[in-house]
Design a protein around this ligand. Structure first.
Ligand SMILES: Nc1nc2c(ncn2[C@@H]2O[C@H](COP(=O)(O)OP(=O)(O)OP(=O)(O)O)[C@@H](O)[C@H]2O)c(=O)[nH]1
Ligand SMILES: [Mg+2]
Length: 458
């Protein structure tokens, strides 16, 4: 049983409505003291869960503070698993604040960030992985990451972990059986034990790989367009963001600053940057632009290196290439729409061996689909087709999975070398590590860390 808490759950500022959320075993009683229903015969203490009542929040003198809708949810069928009252007041800063103050005068404490979700976890409404999914949903930057987070909230991750745990328990029973009742159970079936361990290792590897893919959807990537002046960098940015964002002219040196836009490519949030054409210049402003460009290029997850099909590969191109050849690169031969072409595939193979090369026209929007496909393939490491497991793995989960993985590797080693006792210890170690993901026996500070990113009122 925890104390009664309350917070404004909607963002600060003006809006249609603001919601003050209350949770705890005493909140319905306390709310009834400061709420005057429009229909005087109603007593919210008698109301069923999932009901709404219109009325006023009133102060100690009985004066109305705001007209509100009061929503009521009864334990255990609420977000926190406790009695929950939500006061929907007018969406200004003052109404919400005055209502909250009135609530607090009834002996309700202000909630800490994430405390509602923490209660849902402590009351067993959500396991740890599900509680963490809540913040992923709030933070989601693309439909894809939101969809993954929703699945996590629905218990998808926990299901995988439970399957792994079941297999480990089976293994554990085998080991303990042969240890404790060698007569009845007989020797450990080494082949079967080994098969289980290998299967588990395989699944954990898949989960970690899938988690890395999901990270791309969750965190997004930065892609920088680079090349010498006038190759069509800004035109490409405009085409990809589908608006005239950057100035395009036929004068080399048009772009002098880094231009950044956020877009979604195949469900991946992308920070796309257009840069100043890289070349030697005495113009002070351009010089700074070139330096800035080189800086963002160094930090990019992926670089799109543009060449001019009409002009051919020049010394300037090769010089730029030397400075970026260690990065993730896609080479784009731009201006494919023009009649005259001066880049042969032999030249390309000679100068840029083994690299992905795509012919595009930024102006006529040719090759863009192929470019988007290649970006997806490149950042997801070509693993897209290998298995279609889709799961989000946060840092905490990954650490736990890696620990379980290590225990299983050790167990594999021990299988035919050391005693069964050691094997048993590692099987337990793996089980414990996995248990942390769904939140069995979590330490207080780990729980604190789980909720530290939450906002107040969630
Ligand atoms: N025919 C054709 N012209 C293009 C294409 N892409 C860009 N251009 C033209 O090339 C010129 C330069 O384009 P920009 O997009 O400004 O080139 P940039 O690389 O950003 O140039 P700087 O900012 O000066 O470094 C403009 O006249 C564009 O219209 C293309 O695919 N085909
Ligand atoms: Mg430009």
């Amino acid at each position: 049983m925890y104390d009664d808490i309350a917070a404004i759950s909607t963002p600060p500022g003006e809006g249609g409505i603001a919601i003050i959320r209350l949770s705890g075993s005493g909140v319905i009683e306390k709310a009834s003291k400061i709420f005057k229903p429009r229909r005087s015969e109603i007593d919210i203490r008698q109301k069923e869960g999932y009901s709404m009542t219109l009325g006023w929040i009133i102060n100690a003198e009985g004066e109305a503070i705001d007209e509100v809708l009061l929503a009521l949810m009864r334990a255990p069928r609420s977000y926190t698993g406790e009695d929950v009252v939500e006061i929907h007041c007018h969406g200004g800063i003052l109404p919400a604040r005055r209502c909250l103050e009135t609530v607090m005068r009834q002996g309700v404490r202000i909630a800490e960030p994430g405390e509602f979700t923490r209660r849902a976890f402590l009351n067993g409404r959500l396991d740890a992985s599900q509680a963490e999914a809540v913040i992923e949903i709030i933070r989601a930057k693309s439909d894809k990451s939101m969809q993954l987070a929703l699945k996590q909230l629905g218990g998808r991750n926990s299901e995988y972990i439970h399957t792994l745990e079941d297999r480990l328990l089976e293994l554990n029973a085998m080991v303990e059986g042969s240890l404790d009742f060698p007569e009845e159970v007989g020797e450990l079936e080494y082949d079967r034990a080994e098969a289980i361990i290998r299967e588990l290792i395989d699944i954990i590897e898949q989960l970690i790989r899938a988690g890395k893919r999901a990270d791309v959807y969750r965190e997004g990537i930065t892609i920088v367009i680079c090349g010498k002046p006038n190759v069509g960098k800004s035109s490409l940015l405009n085409t990809l963001v589908r608006k005239d964002r950057a100035i395009v002219t036929s004068i080399p040196g048009t772009t002098r600053d880094v231009i950044e836009e956020q877009i979604i490519i195949k469900g991946i949030p992308v920070w796309l940057m257009d840069t100043a054409g890289i070349h030697v210049t005495s113009d002070v402003v351009e010089k700074i632009g070139v330096e800035k460009s080189q800086e963002v290029i160094r930090e990019a997850d992926l670089v799109l290196f543009l060449l001019d099909a009409e002009e051919g590969i020049t010394d300037d191109d090769l010089e730029i290439y030397r400075s970026i050849e260690n990065q993730n690169l896609i080479i784009l031969v731009n201006k494919e729409d023009l009649e005259e072409k001066n880049i042969t595939s032999r030249e390309i193979n000679q100068h840029f061996p083994g690299l992905k090369v795509i012919k595009v026209s930024a102006k006529e929007e040719q090759g863009i689909e192929e470019l988007e496909d290649s970006i997806e393939e490149m950042v997801l490491g070509g693993e897209l087709q290998s298995d279609d497991l889709e799961i989000m793995i946060n840092l905490r989960h990954r650490e736990a999975l890696l620990r379980a993985y290590q225990h299983l590797q050790d167990a594999l080693q021990e299988l035919d070398q050391v005693t069964l006792d050691c094997l048993g210890v590692d099987v337990w170690g793996a089980l414990e590590a996995l248990g942390e993901i769904t939140g069995k026996n979590l330490r207080e500070e780990v729980i604190d860390r789980m909720f530290q990113d939450f906002c107040i009122g969630k």
